[in-house]
Write a protein that binds this ligand. Structure first.
Ligand SMILES: NC(=O)c1ccc[n+]([C@@H]2O[C@H](COP(=O)([O-])OP(=O)(O)OC[C@H]3O[C@@H](n4cnc5c(N)ncnc54)[C@H](O)[C@@H]3O)[C@@H](O)[C@H]2O)c1
Length: 385
């Protein structure tokens, strides 16, 4: 297998998680790390050692020096959402292949800037929509494309998430840095819905609120306390302890009382092309036991339901029923490993990425339209490509 010399920009939570996958893959040589916060490297190295890896790669706090690291061929951009533009564009300008985290960016001009840099560059730009690699979604897409459900008219999705900790402790609780929940989180979902059904969302209406993680919640201290007992909470604190781009003081910031300008639950009505519609709902205060993504696609011949790594396909008149089970172990149900493999394949074999900057920009535009709808109470058209 060809060895790709890779650098990682942004060595926080996600950068750290993906680092071990790149290291263990066998086809990458991770040769350089970059973070604007030099103190990050000590935490990173200590955590890597605990995972049985020596993170002895060259470390840079200056982007240009990092990009000039000898022999660097590709970079993985895992900076906060509002910081994807500069690292991606500078890398593309130098002809380096880029795997960039979702969302592409937090506003339309930044999406365009990355898109233009990707078009100008001869290098690969691969948007890290890891869910596109989840075998159950891939199979659902195949079933729709094969016409097994007949003509599809409805697609409904849900994301139920337990720990608001990811969203209300850090930079992504501010729209300026994460684009708001419809962008920082639902970019995955707006993308996967369009990907699976092979159609674009044209219009949206959103209803939502910050209903639970509010400063005026009764007993916010007591309500916050169970989160501190979560497995991984201490590690999260160590990862957050340095280098937060938003100066927020206490890393154990209370999820309820923290300042924020985004929401914790919403339902979005989606109007697609071709007589197809649906609703997507999310909450980030779900009971732990009920966390997860679900999907239903309703055609005029059959119905597909996806939940907990299982697809159930039932024909409309009750004559046939089929269940397909998928192994959902590994990072994000196994799709992180597959993404790392596929990026390698695309670089090594000069293949097209599964998700392009255009896909990323489209899902950001859907998220921004949902945000506008929430603010105006109206139906909002998704801006065209
Ligand atoms: N695909 C997924 O499932 C998934 C999961 C988690 C996070 N993410 C995405 O990964 C990205 C990183 O998220 P995170 O949770 O690791 O954030 P984080 O805050 O834990 O880490 C980000 C790191 O980037 C550094 N940084 C900030 N600006 C920088 C710059 N200009 N140059 C270099 N370093 C810079 C910060 O100091 C920090 O160390 C985000 O875009 C997030 O949405 C994706």
């Amino acid at each position: 297998m060809r060895t790709i010399r890779l650098g990682i920009i942004g060595i926080g939570g996600r950068g750290f998680g993906m680092y071990s996958l790149f290291r263990r893959h066998g086809g990458y040589e991770v040769c350089a790390l970059c973070d604007v916060e030099p103190k990050r490297i000590d935490v990173f190295r200590a955590l890597a050692r605990e995972d049985g890896l020596d993170a002895d790669e060259a470390f840079y706090s200056d982007l240009e020096r990092f990009l000039a690291h000898p022999g660097l061929e590709a970079v993985y951009v895992a900076t906060p959402d509002y910081q994807h533009v500069e690292p991606s564009c500078r890398a593309l300008e130098r002809g380096l292949h880029v795997l960039c985290e979702k969302p592409l960016a937090v506003n339309e001009p930044d999406c365009r800037t990355i898109g233009e840099a990707a078009e100008r560059s001869g290098a690969l730009f691969y948007l890290g929509f890891n869910l596109r690699h989840l075998p159950a979604y891939e199979r659902a897409r195949e079933i729709v494309a094969a016409g097994e459900l007949g003509r599809i008219h409805m697609v409904n999705g849900k994301e139920y998430y337990y720990s608001g900790a990811t969203y209300f402790q850090r930079w992504n609780r501010f729209r300026q840095y994460g684009g708001g929940m419809f962008v920082t989180k639902l970019t995955h979902d707006f993308d996967i819905l369009q990907y699976v059904v092979g159609q674009k969302i044209r219009r949206v209406v959103a209803f939502g609120n910050l209903s639970v993680f509010r400063p005026d919640a009764p007993g916010p201290e007591a309500l916050h306390a169970p989160y501190r007992q979560l497995p991984g909470w201490e590690k999260r604190k160590r990862l957050m302890a340095v280098g937060e781009p938003v100066d927020q003081g206490d890393v154990d910031v209370n999820l309820y009382t923290s300042e924020k300008d985004t929401i914790d639950n919403a339902s979005v009505l989606l109007d697609f092309e071709n007589d197809l519609r649906g609703v997507f709902s999310f909450s980030v205060f779900q009971a732990r036991a009920c966390s997860g993504r679900e999907l239903e696609i309703i055609g005029d011949e059959a119905h597909l339901r996806m939940a907990s790594g299982r697809l159930t396909i039932e024909d409309r008149h009750g004559r046939r029923r089929r269940v397909e089970e998928f192994d959902a172990s590994g990072g994000h149900g196994g799709c992180d490993e597959i993404l790392v493999n596929d990026f390698h394949r695309c670089v090594a074999e000069k293949e097209k990425p599964r998700a392009t900057w255009q896909d990323g920009a489209r899902s950001v535009r859907v998220g921004l339209a949902a945000q506008r709808s929430l603010e105006t109470g109206g139906v909002v058209e998704v801006t065209e490509d």
